[in-house]
Design a protein around this ligand. Sequence first.
Ligand code: UD1
Length: 422
Amino acid sequence: MARILITGGRPLEGTVEVSGAKNAVLPILMASLLTEQPCRLKGVPHLKDVTTSIELLGHMGVEVSLGDHFSVGLDAGRLHAQVAPYELVKTMRASILVLGPLLARTGYARVSLPGGCAIGARPVDLHLNGLSALGAKISVESGYINARADRLQGARVVLDKVTVTGTENILMAATLAEGVTIIENAAQEPEVVDLAECLISMGAQISGHGTNTITVEGCRELEGFDYKVLPDRIEAGTFLVGAAMTGGCIRAVNAAPKTMDAILVKLEDAGARINTGDDWIELDMAGRRPRAVNIATAPYPGFPTDMQAQFTALDSIAEGTGVVRENVFENRFMHVLELQRLGADMRLEGNAVIVRGVDHLTGAPLMATDLRASACLVLAGLVARGDTIVDRVYHIDRGYENIEEKLGQLGARIRRLPAAAA
Ligand code: UD1
């Protein structure tokens, strides 16, 4: 299994280009199922989750072509299967996003239940309740969700809990339903807004996206799209935290600072000087050690759970004590045990970790456990003395495009060790 070797001690310096947002690309790729017409998505990052999505769409009969400048062509004109099999869904939970569009366009979908996941139970009950409210007949048997509907009917859907992919599934389904759907307690994440904008470009009637109430007036058919995806706020945030931890100075280009308020405020609290333009962010730490910050994750516009692990790493070497509270997922602290192996001083208390900053970390072999946890281990490796080896980097490849190349360009000593060298 491939591993990443990091030799700590160098500040991050220079310019890094932010890739397209994974969490916007995935639902938008699935939105191609809503139309018979060809679609094109631009700014698609080269990620394992993108490959899995393309494989899943291909399995259903979507013709996929890769074009110039990170663009992907999709043609769902002739679907031959309405099934998302276990083998693909088990590697990527976001596969559940085919359910809404497939059902709405073809009247049938069979999707494997995603099952458990390293960061918590992550059920899909809210997706299913929402689609049932739109008139779908849903049964679950032999590990598969079977959903049927002649034509979905618009309805008022009140989500018990804010769910990002749940909102996206119901939103996509509602675009082809008869009548008006109102989604209350909807997710307000920028990636949900990006999906809504793409659907609008297909002719969907949507308003209120970016607020907690989204209204959709359904239509019979949608057109194809030619759309460029929004930049990845989590990838950008990860590089900025790396610069703050190493006392560095970087400029992230092709970024979307307007989607990153909660992250940038915390970096300023940690002592970073930040400047932003429409599509760039500069962070200068001027060689200083960061100050510890308190974090409490929450749905957007709150602090993103996908940045929690990275800030836990920052607090581990900061001046002072920080409390990091995880309010979105119940089991998202696997990185804590690994950071302790580097010498971090951390104590778990319920859904919080109390982090007392230490002078330095010392490199060690580590195990990546999930996508964002592995990014945090790489960041810790950038400041640890000596060598850190992060194993199971396939987790990182799910969501970070060429992470070792991008960090290498910023001056980090980092390289991938081939599986054979293990
Ligand atoms: C999405 C993101 C993920 C991010 C998460 C929270 C994608 C592809 N992934 O995941 O990177 O960490 O949002 O910002 O966009 N829940 C239920 N029932 C459901 C659905 C969710 O109880 O039917 C719970 C979950 O267990 C969790 C909370 O709701 O505690 C939020 O999860 P959700 O927003 O649905 O996460 P995802 O959409 O899976």
